[in-house]
Design a binder for this molecule. Structure first.
Ligand code: G3H
Ligand code: 13P
Ligand code: ZN
Length: 330
């Protein structure tokens, strides 16, 4: 058993309280490898932003949970070495069982998500409560979820959104004891969040997706005032990066994300954690494609992963400064 406190990590309690009070959101960036971790820590040190490092089930399969935990421990030391001790949370993204959450808690994670959103309500409550009871013995934070995002939610495939029902949130929070709640108000995972026919065209011929359901968010805030809310599926799918991918041999069609102004607005509400993964993947891929296309003789991974990491860092800084507002909150 390793406590996250020995590793220099923090749970989400104080970070979320400050984020709600200060009307900003903490970035939750997924990581699977060294370059993503470096980019996240560099961006957060340079902007003095707290950060949530997220490990998904896919990341555990790809990179090994043990390695990722030591990397998070390394991230704490790396941040100090870069000159600013930013608060770092190590979070399990989309945990799907009590056993998985327990294993992460025992291994040094400071926060876990138990995603029972696809279960019948009572089963979601029972599973979430069980995880909370164990996590809180160790001062570890727990994120639950109500409502199902459209698109692919790990192994769960939802054709349509099942928006969070505001009438359920108070009961869920009270019965489970969760520390934060992920909700479904129109975001979704991946790079194709909307079909073009769902969008309208603006004066410049740019596709504008339907707005998030701020009415549902407001209703939820009324029922659980000041309670930390989480938005998954919050990538904006930067069109300049998609264009680079497509210019250099890629084929990303109809890639549409959540407009950044919508996320900026959400960050000023009780939404205090915003999950971004796909945008980072897109930025890295754009640079790798461009570098390799322009340098066909290149075979040193540092020559394409290095610039990809730098591009990723700039993307994260932009999110922190211009979208989430967590700059100088570390
Ligand atoms: O919510 C999903 C995250 O983007 C993680 O994706 O399961 O492919 O690592 P992944
Ligand atoms: P995106 O696919 O929009 O980046 O969402 C990531 C996410 O919600 C991770 O849990
Ligand atoms: Zn998610």
């Amino acid at each position: 058993m390793v406590s996250y406190k020995e590793l220099g990590l923090v749970n989400t309690k104080e970070l979320f309280a400050k984020a709600i009070e200060g009307k900003y959101a903490i970035p939750a960036f997924n990581f699977n490898n060294l370059e993503q971790m470096q980019a996240i820590v560099q961006a957060c040190v340079e902007t003095k932003s707290p950060v949530i490092l997220q490990v998904s089930a896919g990341a555990r399969k790809y990179a090994n949970q043990t390695l990722l935990r030591y990397m998070a421990q390394g991230a704490v030391e790396y941040a100090k070495e870069l000159g600013f001790n930013v608060p770092i949370v190590l979070h399990l993204d989309h945990g799907d069982s009590f056993e998985l959450c327990k294993s992460c808690i025992d291994f040094g994670f400071s926060s876990v998500m138990i995603d029972g959103s696809h279960l019948p309500y009572d089963e979601n409550v029972a599973l979430t409560k069980r995880v909370v009871e164990y996590a809180h013995l160790h001062d570890v934070s727990v994120e639950g979820e109500l409502g199902v995002l459209a698109g692919v939610e790990d192994e769960v495939v939802a054709e349509h959104h099942t928006y969070t029902r505001p009438e359920e949130v108070e009961d869920f929070v009270k019965k489970t004891g969760v520390d934060s709640l992920a909700i479904s108000i129109g975001t979704s995972h991946g790079a194709n969040k909307f079909r073009p026919e769902q969008c309208t065209l603006d004066a410049n011929g740019v596709l504008v997706p339907p707005p998030l359901r701020f009415d549902i968010l407001e209703e939820i805030e009324k029922r659980i005032p000041g309670f930390p809310i989480v938005l998954h599926g919050s990538s904006s799918v930067p069109q300049d990066q998609v264009a680079i991918i497509n210019k250099y041999g890629g084929n990303m069609k109809n890639a549409i994300g959540i407009p950044e102004d919508q996320l900026r607005k959400a960050a000023t509400s009780a939404v205090c954690k915003i999950n971004i993964d796909s945008d980072g993947r897109i930025a890295m891929t754009a640079t790798v494609r461009e570098v390799l296309a322009n340098n066909p003789m290149e075979f040193d991974p540092r020559k394409y992963l290095g610039p990809a990491r730098d591009n990723l860092k700039e993307l994260y800084k932009h999110k922190i400064i211009d979208v989430l507002g967590s700059v100088n909150r570390g």
